[in-house]
Ligand binder design. Structure first.
Ligand SMILES: [Zn+2]
Length: 84
């Protein structure tokens, strides 16, 4: 694993995260363990590839602009980054 990144909840910013299976597209799903957080589960697409300049901004822009998770996942799939 050469691409370490800290995983944080996109909603509350907590780093108290656990893995929670994968989506149909094979995207790792995570669960926020902050009991006060309303997000509960999220895809790493929000933070995926944060180690590569440009990709993060692209994905974050898509998330902020309301792109569907499918579009966001497509971007991250194109920019493969082995996290496991
Ligand atoms: Zn959270």
């Amino acid at each position: 694993m050469t691409c370490y990144q800290e995983i944080t909840c996109p909603d509350c910013g907590s780093s108290d995260i656990m893995k929670s299976g994968r989506s149909g597209l094979g995207t790792q799903r995570y669960r926020c363990r902050n009991p006060e957080c309303s997000t509960k589960t999220f895809m790493l697409a929000y933070r995926y590839k944060a180690c590569e300049p440009g990709i993060k901004d692209q994905v974050v822009d898509m998330a902020i602009n309301g792109s569907g998770i499918r579009d966001t996942a497509r971007v991250t799939l194109l920019a493969k980054c082995p996290l496991d």
